[in-house]
Each structure stands twice: as structure tokens, then as C-alpha cells.
Design a protein around this ligand. Structure first.
Ligand code: XMP
Length: 520
């Protein structure tokens, strides 16, 4: 039901978007609003529930974010989390003090199951782990409140006033380390607020498309399409919203995987209504990379050339309209903009390792980032709903410089061809083996090493291919994947038989650290 709204009131905590995401997981539509939002505005939005987020401050600091007492008189259920919990206590006449020892991380927490927040959570033990991060605590709950949880160090880990439908937890139920945390949020939303929980990704698409139409009007939009998941899903959404007013610029530097450029072009020209512009500039890139062997120089050249081509194309189209990007929420965290919900900066292009400023002469009417509040798996869910092919939606990460970081030494057309073929064979075998979903990234590398071999009666002196497959949660650290020997044997056999100029195969068994996922 589109009218059922939960407001997440932002007090500057680092997990605010995660709270929003958990609320969506419970099938409830939510919007994040600043704590400065006037009470009148909150009332007029008619939310069925409000969640106060955490925040880095102490409630007794004059400068810390506060809230008018009136909010508690609206009759709307409220859940306070961490700072939000302390703020609720403080505002309603309780007492907040600094802890002797701050609590941080996984903490044994004792729950009183007669509180609906905990009693309704399936399989929640009386004592279970919660995730804490606080230096203040509520030393005295406000009148009419009961304590519903405590830890060995903190006498008040949760409090509630059932009659007024006010609930608060000192820990972070939104963080996955809190056992039963999602269930607690779900219980607040369904059992206390009365949400029916039927919000779906389709509703996100419908609402976003309507907002995009309104924002864009009759202007044009340009999007840099990389063929990755995020820009593809952003393109799909924009296409649904404004059709041919959208132009996607796809710069093909010739360093994509085998047939990938054609696949991207076919997908977006056949399945979606938009202007699709493919700029083939392999020769330009190869010329710029001639004789260059230093990894950093290669990266720099690829990045610089890419943006030269891209900005040139944009200047050709003109900048009267909007510039769109497939920025997703984790990108904003990585670039330090995570807390500024709804305030994406206009001068940053999303790339993984290279944040790039837009040239000063390029000034768009505005920037559009339709996925800026979503997490990767939510983006994929939207992509599936939009009908983007499975291979694109579930595409493994692929570095901006493409195969350029997987061809060691000088990059030449011949080497690109060998690597593309080898990589395609490896990926095909992984797909057939049924272990694809266990691997986060897998690819072939051309280390620019030739070794002696024998084929038939002949001596060969040809390329070595390295194959790399990793498992990881966040790519900050990674482990090499324990691919079964029979799969490795098939890969090796096919690579040396089917890929011309390959006579030896090695498997990279280096974790990160000390290795990186990519070889350059
Ligand atoms: P490393 O090699 O740093 O890779 O361990 C971690 C993850 O980042 C990807 N990667 C990149 N992605 N532009 C990107 O968009 C880049 O320059 C880049 N370099 C590495 C890599 O594929 C892995 O998923």
C-alpha cells in the first residue's frame, strides 16, 4: 500500500541508510528525513511510524541535534536507536550519562520477552548478541517507561512505553551482527505501527519513474554507460521514465571481455527505448598505450583517454539537460558522502578507484542519481524487474581499466585477443561446473610470460595464462577460491587446446593481502 510511510529521522548516524534498507526488507516504504524537518511537515506526511537514527553526539551537548517534545504527542509510534534512544529518554525527562566504559561491538544482551519488540522475534534467546557503539547511556528512563533489555555493563539496553507506542534500543538492530535485529525492526513496524508490509521493488520503480519524469520534464538526459550493473540499471530506469530523451554514451576502449561490447549494445538498443551511442576507440587507446609497460602509467592513460573521449562526446550533445550516474549508496560511503542523503554532488563521476572531476566548461542543469540510496543487491533486484538480462544484472565486478589491468607489460591487439579468448573459456567452464555463485570474481590474466612447451612433435614458445578466482565479502580482503581439481583440469585442457598461443596455465593461489585481486 503506497500510503503506508515510515519516516527515518536522521540524526547523523553512520547506519541511517542501512536502517532504511532494513525497513524496505520488511516490506515497508520509508523516507529518510533530516531531524530539522518541522513537526508540521512530519504530521502532514502522515507516517505510520518513525525511527530515530543513531548519531555521533551527546544529547547534553548544546550543539547536538535535538527534537521538539511535540513529536511524542503526535500519537505516531516511534523507535529510537542508539542516539535516538538517548534523545527520547532525555527529551521525555529521563537521564543520560556518560558510560564509565563505552560499549563497542558484539555484546551479550539480556532481553525481556514480554516486550513485543523481542517477544515476537522467532528463536531469539533470552540472552543474545547485539551490536553496540555508545559512550553515553540512559541512567534513568522517563516516567511511564519500562526497561526491556540490559547488558552486563549497561543497565538499560532497551526501554518502552507500550501505551504511547514509544520504543527505544541502545544497540543497533539494523546491523547484521545483532541476532534477531531484523525481526525486532519487523515487530516494531508490523506489531506496533501496524504496517502490512506489502511494499515491493516494483513500488520503488513506479515511484522513481514518476519522480524522474517530473524532474526531467522535457529536458534531455545523458548517462555514461559502462556495461556494469549500476549504470545499466540506472539506464533501464531512465529509459522507462523518459525513453528517447535519454542518451547513453558507451565508450568502448576495446578492453572489455569477449563480445561484451556487442552484448551491451544489443541489450540496450533492442530491449530499451533510448538513444544509444557506442564510441569505438580501441585504436586510439592502443596508440596511447604503445610501448607503455608501467602499471600505473597504463592505468592513468586508460583513465585519461576514457574521460577525454567521454567529455568530448558530451560537449557534442550539449549540456542543457541533466547528467545521470549509476551511483549507489556504498559508493557514497566510500567517497565520504554517505550521510548526505539526497545531496549527491554534481561534479563526481562514479568510478571505483578514480574519482574524476567534471571539466569546468561542462555545466549541466543538474545531476540525477536514481539509485543513490540503494544497496547492490537492491540494485540487482530493480534490474531484474526492469528486464535487464541476467548476465548483466549478475555481472561480476569488472575494473574500470578493463583487461588493461590483466595484460601485464605492453598492451597490444594480439594480447587482448588471446586474453579475451582465454577468459571466455575459463568463465564458460566455471558456469558449467555449477560453482559460479560461490565465487565473487574469476578471470584470466596474461602475465606477458612465454614458456617452452611441446605440441605434437613440435617445440612451442608461447603465452602463459594465469587464472584467478576469489571469494570475499567486501574485496578489502579476499581468499583464493578452492576450485575443484577436475574443474581446473578441464580449464587447463581447454585453454591449451582451444586458445591459440597458449601453451601453459597456472592457478593463482595468493590471498589478499598480500596480493591484490587484480594483477596490476
Ligand atoms: P584490487 O585489485 O584492488 O581489487 O584488490 C579489488 C576490486 O576492485 C576492482 N578494481 C577496480 N574497479 N576500477 C574499478 O572500477 C579500477 O581501477 C579497479 N581496480 C580494481 C577489482 O576488479 C576487484 O573487484
Amino acid at each position: 500500500m503506497a500510503n503506508q510511510l515510515c519516516i527515518v529521522l536522521d540524526f547523523g548516524g553512520q547506519y541511517n541508510q542501512l536502517i532504511a534498507r532494513r525497513v524496505r526488507e520488511c516490506g515497508v516504504y520509508c523516507e529518510i528525513k533530516s531531524h530539522t524537518t518541522p513537526i508540521e511537515e512530519i504530521r502532514s506526511l502522515n507516517p505510520m511510524g518513525i525511527i530515530f537514527t543513531g548519531g555521533p553526539n551527546s544529547v547534553y551537548d548544546e550543539s547536538s541535534p535535538h527534537i521538539s517534545k511535540e513529536i511524542f504527542d503526535l500519537g505516531i509510534p516511534i523507535l529510537g536507536i542508539c542516539y535516538g534512544c538517548q534523545l527520547m529518554a532525555y527529551t521525555l525527562g529521563g537521564k543520560v550519562e556518560s558510560c564509565n566504559t563505552s560499549e563497542y561491538g558484539m555484546t551479550d544482551t539480556h532481553y525481556d520477552k514480554s516486550c513485543v519488540l523481542f517477544g515476537a522475534v522467532e528463536n531469539l534467546s533470552d540472552t543474545a548478541t547485539s551490536w553496540m557503539s555508545h559512550t553515553d547511556f540512559v541512567s534513568q528512563v522517563p516516567e511511564g517507561f519500562k526497561i526491556a533489555a540490559h547488558t552486563d555493563n549497561c543497565p538499560m539496553a532497551a526501554m518502552y512505553n507500550e501505551e504511547k507506542k514509544l520504543y527505544a534500543v541502545q544497540f543497533h538492530p539494523e546491523v547484521s551482527h545483532t541476532v534477531g535485529g531484523l525481526g525486532m525492526l519487523d515487530s516494531f513496524l508490523k506489531n506496533v505501527c501496524g504496517f502490512c508490509g506489502d511494499w515491493k521493488m516494483d513500488d520503488f520503480i513506479e515511484k522513481t519513474v514518476a519522480e524522474l519524469r517530473e524532474q526531467i520534464g522535457d529536458k534531455n538526459v545523458i548517462l555514461g554507460l559502462s556495461g556494469g550493473v549500476d549504470s545499466s540499471v540506472a539506464a533501464g530506469l531512465l529509459s522507462r521514465a523518459v525513453g528517447k530523451q535519454l542518451t547513453c554514451v558507451f565508450v568502448d576502449q576495446g578492453l572489455m571481455r569477449k563480445d561484451e561490447g556487442d552484448f551491451v549494445e544489443e541489450t540496450f538498443t533492442k530491449l530499451f527505448d533510448m538513444n544509444f551511442v557506442r564510441v569505438n576507440c580501441k585504436d586510439k587507446f592502443l596508440a596511447a598505450l604503445k610501448d607503455v609497460t608501467d602499471p600505473e602509467k597504463k592505468r592513468k592513460i586508460i583513465g585519461t583517454e576514457f574521460y577525454n573521449v567521454f567529455w568530448e562526446k558530451i560537449r557534442e550533445f550539449g549540456t542543457e539537460g541533466f547528467f545521470a550516474q549509476g551511483t549507489i549508496y556504498p559508493d557514497r560511503i566510500e567517497s565520504g558522502k554517505g550521510n548526505k542523503a539526497g545531496h549527491g554532488k554534481t561534479d563526481v563521476i562514479k568510478t571505483h578507484h578514480n574519482m574524476v572531476e567534471m571539466p569546468v566548461d561542462i555545466q549541466f542543469a543538474g545531476t540525477i542519481e536514481p539509485l543513490k540510496d540503494l544497496f547492490k543487491d537492491e540494485v540487482r533486484a530493480v534490474g531484474e524487474k526492469l528486464g535487464i538480462p541476467h548476465d548483466l544484472v549478475w555481472r561480476q565486478p569488472f575494473p574500470g581499466p578493463g583487461l588493461g589491468v590483466r595484460i601485464l607489460g605492453e598492451i597490444t591487439e594480439d594480447k587482448i585477443k588471446v586474453l579475451q579468448e582465454a577468459d571466455a573459456v575459463f568463465r564458460d567452464e566455471i558456469r558449467k561446473s555449477g560453482i559460479e555463485s560461490e565465487l565473487k570474481q574469476f578471470f584470466a590474466v596474461l602475465p606477458d610470460v612465454r614458456t617452452v612447451g611441446v605440441m605434437g612433435d613440435h617445440r612451442t614458445y608461447d603465452h602463459l595464462i594465469a587464472i584467478r578466482a576469489v571469494t570475499t565479502d567486501d574485496f578489502m580482503t579476499a581468499d583464493w577460491a578452492k576450485i575443484p581439481f577436475d574443474v581446473l583440469a578441464r580449464v587447463s585442457n581447454r585453454l591449451t587446446n582451444e586458445v591459440e598461443h597458449v601453451n601453459r596455465v597456472v592457478y593463482d593461489i595468493t590471498s589478499k593481502p598480500p596480493g591484490t585481486v587484480e594483477w596490476e
